[in-house]
Design a protein around this ligand. Sequence first.
Ligand code: 1HN
Length: 350
Amino acid sequence: MTNDNQAARAAYYAKIETTDMSPLWTTTLVQPEPKEFVRSVPHLWDFDGELRDLLIEAGGLISAHEANRRVLSLENPGLDKPPRILESLYAGLQMILPGECAPAHKHSPSALRFIIQGEGAWTAVSGEKSYMAPGDFIITPSMTWHDHGHDGEEPFFWMDGLDIPMVAAFGPMFFEAYPEDRAPQHRPPGDSLARYGANMAPVGESWAKPESPIFHYPYDRSRSALEDLRKNEEWDPYQGIKLEYIDPTTGGSAMPTMSTFLQLLPKGFKTEQYRTTENTVFSPVEGTGRIIVGEAGAAKSIEWKPRDIFAVPCWAPYRLEADEDAVLFSYTDRTAQVKLGLWREQRGNA
Ligand code: 1HN
């Protein structure tokens, strides 16, 4: 290359800097593997050791009503603001105190709740009220009115999982507050589970929404399904026994953008190495163990226990080990990736 050419190129780059364009050949927009592209890191948030106390402290400073939602957002140390737990997923920890009101609103991001601790709190979704218990999985679909209350005695905690980063990537972000604290209730408690939760469906009623007509999946049902399946001894070497929460009208994921699972790992179980393009957030309900996560040579071991929350980025190889019988809830962006033709997994090192 002549000096002339070099000078000409430099002049060209200086000129292009002043425009709304850039030369593709000086950038690497597309990378060979997620590991060179994904910024989030594997990370754990300790509920009993830190999160719980920080939420209780917030409870002395601001009411649920004033805060609208008293939530601590979980920020992945590898990502910049706005807060995200992984590239495509938001996670927060919410606390509501006895007698409080988290006022009614709706928004375009879809939300899930996974109940961490407490007794006596309820949520109302699309006009149906439901009391929540630890281990329950609850859906708040896009643009449905929802508010929360608490008739019990002690602080009540749950994890909020939202698809905010996916909505943000496309742009259609909408939020609306209901004019009153409480949205009207027009269906009796238990209505949606009675309609669609008994392996039956109401004759003459059709359901065409993109989310499951069931919005509350109680822990006792899911947990006993896992316990019954244990008898088959059909342990998947990569995930133990793992069930997905589904929309009974389609057999697909319960929510259109996020997939949700409950899995059982028996005492002493060690999974084989696995990776998936899914961004995954785990919350153990029972048992203790560890996750060994990261590329060979740079893998780290993270100990987990009930109520912790830990995040595994896209394509990070991992293994799970259970010291006791363990039950883990997880939510991921799998169904969105599948719909977009992006999802992959790798079992073992092949
Ligand atoms: C939200 O509306 C709730 O309704 C919880 O309880 C967490 C995090 C970000 C944005 C909206 C709720 C949220 C949220």
